[in-house]
Design a binder for this molecule. Structure first.
Ligand code: GLC
Ligand code: CA
Length: 535
């Protein structure tokens, strides 16, 4: 139904798989590529997503669970091998699904051969592939930068007497993208995977690739929250000189040009910051990333007005060629069913995500309404949680996928790397498929509706005013087809009158029994009810 002028990454729905936690095929408690292959039919026939994005599966010592890569062009034996990857990609492609892989260009593992060579001596030919600086005269680090996971962003290498830069774990030294050899080597990584058939990349922290050329001290953050742990230097400063430097755009254009060598491939960037700076990553002429990730919905309070403002601000900021996208969760954020306050809110949020104008990215398990896993403190794995406190642990959103009510929720035959927690007896795919009122079935109806409705896939977006402050209503319209979405963020029923559209038919509701009914101009929404109404 999508017009041919729209690309697959515009009309489609992306599904993020965290490979460690999706499906274990060989009984070691860790998910793997063969496990993903065994769940292809779920992804295609049950969910019907258009693309899968896999978080890193490359060889890694796992200091940051795969975001510390020791070889960009291979598969960690824990996850399989290149042949299994090829089989996985072929199975996805045979079903018409695209394959997006993670690209982690800012840093390697400290065990990567490049870094091993770089640290071996000051005169190593690869010394300048990373960011090495002398200590200050008093022996302290070259500047004041703090790392995301706590502590300084520099570690002293005793053997050569210099510090290297790492804004994440010390095991994640940062590449020097001001060195043209690094640029070429890293663009070749993209080519390697595109030759293997991957359709796109999710690019890890690409806004960090270049730092201030003089590595100046970051200024203090006047709005730093109170009560930060003493080692959270990062939280106490603005990141003026360590991220989002103006010259990074030259590199992003080179990355995009490399994707374009292979035709229709998508670049999705993990990019933060104010809308006005963020939007620049589309490129002045659309020559940077097709989809800079838009994380803004994740940070809104549970409020119709706040969500609407976030959407309207994005729509207003986008260049004409810029395609929007939305995300509610990923492997770094608490589960949104927890964040937004419960299952009822999670259903409304799912309807929002799947009916806005823009590519939605789903995170595995959100279709079950998975909530934050309860991880006992001694089982915390995430370096961020270990260093900055249990409340910062990202493990809560990385617990095993819950397939059925059997042992380990059908994820593995042994105790998994993170525990299965929560109400697994009902919160699993098998049980929810049987229950027409489950959150999974709501997702299936929303996904089917989106697939069948070009107004939802590509139609324009316009907010609709109502006199109810807790209702976010908007119109999606394409070629004469008009769909109204009305979402009640309140925990009480609300009645509104929407006079402009005549009557409409409810095609999806968070309350299934309402589906098929005729509504408007009078519309009554139950507490936390959302409706998709065809006009
Ligand atoms: C990104 C990833 C996160 C990782 C970090 C360092 O933010 O999403 O999981 O820890 O980059 O690679
Ligand atoms: Ca395994």
């Amino acid at each position: 139904m999508a017009q041919s002028s729209h690309r697959w990454w515009q009309t489609g729905v992306v599904y993020q798989i965290y490979p460690r936690s999706f499906q274990d095929s060989n009984g070691d408690g860790i998910g793997d590529l063969a496990g993903i292959i065994s769940r292809m039919d779920y992804l295609k026939d049950t969910l019907g997503v258009d693309a899968i994005w896999l978080s890193p599966f490359y060889p890694s010592p796992m200091a940051d669970f795969g975001y510390d890569i020791s070889d960009y062009c291979d598969v960690d034996p824990m996850f399989g091998d290149l042949a299994t990857f090829d089989r996985m990609a072929a199975e996805a492609h045979a079903r018409g699904m695209k394959v997006i892989v993670d690209y982690v260009p800012n840093h390697t593992s400290d065990r990567h051969a490049w870094f091993v060579e770089s640290r071996s001596s000051r005169s190593s030919p690869r010394r300048d592939w990373y960011i090495w600086r002398d200590p200050k005269p008093d022996g302290s680090p070259p500047n004041n930068w703090g790392g995301f996971f706590g502590g300084p962003a520099w570690t002293l290498d005793p053997q050569t007497g210099q510090y290297y830069l790492h804004q994440f774990a010390p095991e994640q030294p940062e590449l020097n993208w001001r060195n043209p050899e690094v640029v070429q080597a890293m663009l070749d990584v993209l080519r390697f995977w595109m030759k293997r058939g991957v359709d796109g990349f999710r690019m890890d922290v690409v806004g960090l690739l270049l730092k201030d050329a003089e590595l100046r001290d970051n200024p203090p953050n006047p709005n730093a929250p109170a009560g930060l742990p003493p080692n959270d230097l990062f939280g106490r400063q603005l990141h003026t000189y360590s991220e989002d430097q103006d010259d990074v755009h030259d590199l992003i254009r080179q990355i995009r040009a490399t994707l374009d060598e292979f035709g229709d491939r998508v670049g999705i960037g993990e990019l933060w910051g104010d809308l006005s700076r963020w939007v620049k990553y589309y490129g002045e002429r659309g020559d940077e990333l097709q989809l800079p990730f838009n994380f803004r919905l994740m940070y809104q309070p549970w409020s119709a007005a706040a969500m609407r403002r976030s959407v309207d601000d994005l729509e207003a900021a986008l260049p004409a060629f810029g395609w929007p996208n939305y995300v509610l969760g990923n492997h770094d954020q608490p589960r949104f069913a927890t964040r937004f306050g419960g299952q009822a809110q999670a259903r409304v949020a799912a309807m929002l995500l799947l009916t806005l104008r823009g590519t939605p990215t789903l995170y595995y398990g959100d279709e079950l309404g998975l909530e934050n896993g309860a991880i006992p403190p001694h089982k915390i794995q995430d370096p961020q949680g270990v260093n900055l406190g249990a409340h910062r642990s990202r493990d809560v959103a990385r617990t095993p996928m819950q397939w059925d009510a059997g042992p380990q929720a059908g994820f593995s035959s042994v105790e998994p790397w993170l525990p299965v927690t929560g109400d697994v007896a009902t919160r699993n795919i098998a049980a929810q498929r049987q229950d027409p009122d489950s959150v999974l079935n709501l997702y299936l109806r929303l996904l089917a509706c989106r697939r069948a409705t070009s107004a939802l896939q590509i139609g324009r977006y316009a907010p609709v005013e109502t006199d109810a402050p807790d209702v976010f209503a908007y119109l999606r319209e394409e070629g004469g087809q008009r769909v109204l979405i009305a979402l009640n963020f309140a925990d009480v029923a609300v009645s509104v009158v929407i006079p402009d559209f005549g009557a409409g038919r409810v095609v999806v509701s968070t309350t299934r029994s309402r589906e098929g009914s005729t509504v408007l101009p009078q519309l009554t929404l139950a507490a936390y009810e959302g409706m998709v109404i065809v006009l």
